[in-house]
Design a protein. Sequence first.
Length: 174
Amino acid sequence: MTDTLLLNAGYEPIKVVSWQRAITLLTLGKVEVLEEYDRSIRSPTLVIKMPAVVRLLRMFRRNKQPVKFSRVNIYARDHYRCQYCGTKLAIADLTYDHVVPRARGGRTVWENIVTACVPCNARKSDRTPEQAGMRLLATPARPTWVPVMTLRLSMRSVPDAWQDYLYWTGELGP
Ligand SMILES: [Zn+2]
């Protein structure tokens, strides 16, 4: 086994990378090594143990693949709260609102869509927040967080060094 388990800053597994990739991240100062294999890697200048588990030192932002624009992700960005009255609701009870109404040229984009409860959505109707006398809790923006990824691994192929970290996910397949 020459793969390395990559954890985010919060010690949650996010993906499996090659040990070469792990070494690159290590030399760039982006990760710390939590577990090592017995095998060593030799280069002209150093000998290091092959990393088994590494942890990102900073919160990872994924810039190349933007967060998918979807109803559920809008609710997640807004912490499942109506952005007008602040009420926290279940997904089934939430709606989304065009801040600048579509009838007034408002677009369906991250920056113009907010989570709203049914009463606030009805009250605001086809008006801007100013016209309706309603204030937004926060200015809507494109989120930069990484959605939770699910690791699918076969338990048989998981090295012992990973066990302690995978225990927490509860996402392992058969
Ligand atoms: Zn509301």
